[in-house]
Design a protein around this ligand. Structure first.
Ligand code: NAD
Length: 420
């Protein structure tokens, strides 16, 4: 087996998304002009934000908003707060949003934002001041018909409320400028758990296709934030045994299945999963290599790489996080019998319900949760069927099939608009 150089085991999201795009573009025989158009961002903004900290000092933070493509609708994508945020990661995450929205058939383009900061070491007041400064910095770029941010890693409904408030001060009441807001400010029923629920719909569809009973299925979940927690919760309600979950500092394991709600209560009370009495402590990185049927990485990019893929024991990986598998490692996974269901399909539930929220904001009309649930299920199911059927028809991996379907839609819209 060829050794993968260490430098290729970790890569930024931009390089990863471009490699995935190029693999699909080669099969599609896309011409160079089109590749050049779709390989690069439409617009990139870097902002420097001076923020007064609680101790009276001022610190200057860096933030980004990258708009990849808006040929099918306004730019759409989350906002991430993390010490490792870089422009290259935000570029790649923005491109994935273009492909995700197109694949799902949503009338939206792709964007992403990020601030290099450690929100775990900041007070709520400092985070609020930083968020308002960021909104001021990217204010000309965002808006309900231009670019609509949403929560991502370490951001939440409260942060979306601050963005909406700051933006509304200059533009008038504008709930449609962000999604993932609190319900009281025009947020949507079903948004909080939409990504995790979408993950559970895709797992269900896969198990059904493979004739596997969910109550016979064991699953390990890396990441116990918004996506990981709700994915684990919905899947445990469907009868799956969630044998391990982790956050960045701790992990818990129970071969009989964890009680997900109790684990969450423990995390809220203690701040991590350490010493949860419904499981035993394990190393967070060992969650990935547990013996189980399905693995759900729901934390950050590059979780699975050249240094750990040979120890994976799951047969199927459902990418709930964006870019959790290093693109240099991915081609090796089929050789060891692992199938990957790609992020742009698996975690599409979040942006789908964000789209519903935006539609409700524009209509000034609230949809009930049962409608949202039904529509989400329909879009996720239809997209899963399209990806799997193309993958089977052309004997290609689901990721390639998903990219081909998405790129075709963007290219077609570009032709019709006369963009190139
Ligand atoms: P979050 O901040 O709510 O949770 C992230 C979780 O990952 C936390 O529990 C954190 O402790 C954990 N984590 C970080 N590093 C880890 C490590 N090395 N090992 C184990 N756990 C680790 O973020 P989220 O919104 O749940 O997002 C998770 C992923 O899902 C990201 O890739 C994000 O881009 C993607 N995503 C999120 C949404 C959404 O609606 N929030 C939608 C689509 C995709």
């Amino acid at each position: 087996m060829k050794k993968i150089p260490d430098s290729e085991s970790f890569t930024d999201c931009h390089k990863a998304s471009r490699m995935q795009f190029d693999r699909a573009a080669d099969i599609m025989e896309l011409d160079q002009e089109v590749r050049q158009w779709l390989n690069t961002s439409f617009r990139e903004l870097a902002v420097r934000m001076p923020v007064r900290l609680d101790d009276g000092s001022v610190r200057v933070f860096s933030g980004y908003r990258v708009q990849h493509n808006n040929v099918r609708g306004p730019h759409k994508g989350g906002l991430r707060y993390h010490p490792d945020v870089s422009l290259d990661d935000v570029r790649g995450l923005a491109a994935w949003m273009t492909w995700k929205c197109a694949l799902l058939g949503l009338p939206l383009g792709g964007a992403k934002g990020g601030i290099t900061c450690d929100p775990k070491k900041m007070s709520p007041g400092e985070i609020e001041r930083l968020t308002r400064e960021y909104t001021h910095g990217v204010g000309d770029l965002i808006g309900p018909t231009k670019d609509i941010p949403a929560p991502d890693v370490n951001t939440n409904a409260q942060i979306m409320a601050w963005i909406m408030d700051e933006y509304s001060k200059r533009e008038g009441y504008s709930p449609g400028v962000v999604t993932g807001k609190p319900i009281e400010l025009g947020g949507s029923a079903g948004r909080i758990d939409a990504t995790g629920k979408g993950v559970s719909i895709i797992v269900q569809k896969w198990a059904h296709k493979e004739n596997i009973r969910l109550d016979k299925t064991t699953i390990a979940v890396q990441g116990f934030g918004n996506v990981g927690y709700y994915a684990a919760l919905h899947l445990s309600r469907l009868g799956c045994r969630i044998i391990a979950v982790s956050d960045s500092r701790s992990a818990t394991f129970n071969k009989h299945g964890l009680d997900i709600e109790s684990a969450k209560e423990h995390k809220i009370r203690k701040g991590d999963l350490f010493d949860f009495n419904g499981g035993e402590n394990i190393n967070p990185e060992d969650v990935l290599t547990q013996k189980c049927d399905y693995l759900i990485p729901a934390a950050l990019q590059n979780a699975i790489h050249g240094g750990n893929f040979e120890r994976l024991q799951a047969r199927v990986i459902f990418e709930a996080a964006n870019g959790p598998i290093c693109p240099f490692t991915e081609p090796r996974l089929p050789e060891i019998g692992i199938t990957v269901l790609p992020d742009i399909l698996v975690n599409g539930g979040g942006v789908t319900v964000s789209y519903f929220e935006w539609v409700q904001n524009i209509q000034h009309f609230e949809w009930k949760e049962d409608i949202i649930s039904r529509e989400l299920e329909m879009i996720m199911s239809k997209t899963f069927d399209a990806v799997i059927s193309l993958a089977q028809e052309r004997n290609i991996a689901p990721r390639l099939a998903a990219f081909i379907l998405a790129i075709e839609k963007v290219v077609r819209a570009g032709h019709l608009r006369g963009i190139y």
